[in-house]
Design a protein around this ligand. Structure first.
Ligand code: 6PG
Length: 244
């Protein structure tokens, strides 16, 4: 499998079409797999997708007992805090579906400090994967969801941070976030996020148009550095799509 750095751009009519297209792609990715892994993202962009997954007909189309749910980054706050990314995923869908408890893999934001939580999550991912080295021919995830911040960050990989260059570690503690909310974070690194059959960016609103234009024009922003060992897809609502 060769790494894909040039994205496929799919433009859909609106946020609802975006959520439905993402749900369809997610369900297709899971089909026929004895065990599947999805890496969720935080922020508001995936909320439409998350809500659909908790509702029919989508809910019945997901093989809940066979799917494991991870998170690409989280804020270092308790899951009950409204800022928690895994907390939001639970509220929006994981609490409403028959996902076995052991299939949900939150980052331990109750660890002593972000780097400690990063080490624990690295161990958990490596145990799930069954090795300590990623093999590009055997992706860790079936689908990785990603968002785009207004400064070009993705996951908790912020512009000009050393984490952008990390090649060895799977997960890192981020002591200082590059933008609001200014709480410490824990993030998967680019090589870990890339270990997937499909990386799917979700861009659902007009306020992303300017930054998306810069990413697609190949400006050296974190989101532009994201790559995938499988497919790399930017799913964009028309309001966010740069002028042709
Ligand atoms: C986080 C995220 C982050 C997010 C983008 C987009 O924890 O902040 O995971 O990378 O995906 O900031 O967020 P919105 O979808 O809210 O614009």
């Amino acid at each position: 499998m060769t790494a894909q750095a040039k994205p496929d751009l799919i433009v859909v009519d609106d946020a609802q079409a975006l959520a439905e297209t993402a749900a369809r792609r997610l369900i297709d990715r899971l089909s026929g797999k004895p065990r599947a892994a999805v890496c969720l993202t935080g922020g508001s962009s995936p909320e439409g997708l998350y809500r659909l997954l908790g509702e029919e007909p989508w809910r019945s189309a997901v093989p809940w007992d066979r799917v494991h749910w991870f998170i690409g980054d989280d804020r270092f706050v308790p899951e009950t805090d409204p800022l928690s990314n895994m907390g939001a995923a639970r509220r929006h869908f994981l609490k409403r579906v028959p996902a076995p408890r052991q299939n949900i893999h939150p980052i331990a934001t109750d660890a002593n400090y972000p780097e400690g939580a990063a080490r624990l999550y690295e161990d958990e991912l490596q145990q799930f994967y069954g090795a300590k080295e990623l093999d590009a021919a055997r992706p860790l995830f079936d689908l990785v969801l990603m968002g785009l911040g207004s400064d070009g960050h993705t996951a908790s990989l912020f512009p000009n941070s050393a984490a952008l260059e990390e090649k060895a570690r799977w997960v890192l503690g981020v002591a200082k976030a590059g933008m609001e909310p200014f709480v410490p974070r824990v993030t998967l690194t680019f090589p870990t996020l890339a270990s997937t059959h499909e990386m799917l960016f979700l861009i659902d609103s007009a306020d992303k148009r300017e930054i998306l234009g810069r990413v697609l024009a190949r400006e050296d922003l974190p989101a532009r550095r994201a790559y995938s060992n499988g497919e790399l897809v930017w799913l964009v609502a028309r309001a966010a799509a740069p002028e042709e």
